[in-house]
Write a protein that binds this ligand. Sequence first.
Ligand SMILES: [Cu+2]
Length: 161
Amino acid sequence: MRHYLTLAALAVTAAAGCGGGSSYGGGTVTSTGNGTPAGGTTAAGFVITIAGLRFSPVNLAVPPGTTVTVINDDSMLHSVTSEATAGSFTKGSVAGVSFDTGEFTGQRTFTIPATATAGTVIPYYCVVHTSTMATPNGTITIDPNAGSSSVPAPATGPSAY
Ligand SMILES: [Cu+2]
């Protein structure tokens, strides 16, 4: 199980890495389902993307007080809902930290309390699909030193390929 998730995460990362299409000259954006606008100004900061019934990244580290953006690229409803125990598929909290986007498509945000304790790991799930998600559980880890992992690459010069 853990192996599968790791590989899946790597595959997603690799796909995203190849997809930085800023060097494609054409101005026309075709809707390939890869929901990155051409402008490169997707939500910077801490982002969970849901696509193909998969949370990405499966484990996101954020500092206390962070506003987390959740982007649902699927056409179906999903949620990012905290649970006390991974796999319980019941709304809950860990060390006083809880969050719930509710069922949504498009984009939602929630904010981690500034009082969240470093090292707290909060599992989350989708209330619509529970165990049938490709990644049934994700986690958010509170890490004061966590850096934003989703800042778009600078648009200056050729991409570092
Ligand atoms: Cu779902």
